[in-house]
Design a protein around this ligand. Sequence first.
Ligand code: GRF
Length: 206
Amino acid sequence: MAGKVPCMLGVLVSGGGTNLQAIIDCIEAGWLNARIGCVISNNADAYAIIRAQKSGIPVVIHENSGFSDRRKYDAATVEILRDHGAELVVLAGFMRILSDVMVDAFPGAIINIHPALLPAFPGLHAQQQALDYGVRYSGCTVHFVDCGTDTGPIIMQSVVPVEQDDSEASLSARIQIAEHKALPAAISLYAEGRLKIEGRHVRILA
Ligand code: GRF
């Protein structure tokens, strides 16, 4: 990787931050040519904050309260991201839908990880939705973000089997193993300039 400027990431989180940890680990292992300029959390209690601090990554706690609407909150988020030089915004368990303010500020440069094989089971409790439906396979999807709920062009997906006795927790744990590979892999493709959005399709360049 010597010689190539690392891609600057802004990572948005709300919870435990295992996906954030996977990104940190891949960067520290020298596998992912990126840097995390800042981690932004809308939840002051998120364990993801501790993970970032342990790795010396700047953290901004940016709670929803105090903002009269989503667009104003997002405008403030854009400012934080720009201040930290973010080129690619990664939603790593960020539990908010983005408005056009964020999406327009980072066109084709926001990605999300979702714990189901989209377009099946968008939104909250995707793993429970999959269990309730009775599918034999679920998985995870990394996709570009638009203003819809988990509707943007798909970058990659990993398939995970659903076992007969799965609970939401056991299926989530199995899906997370796949997430921790897929998200850094998608970021790496982006950082290498190998993702091209063509309508609903994402072409992976050689
Ligand atoms: C993941 O399952 C991700 O797919 C979803 O939120 C969860 C975040 O987990 N969007 P973590 O905070 O990265 O552990």
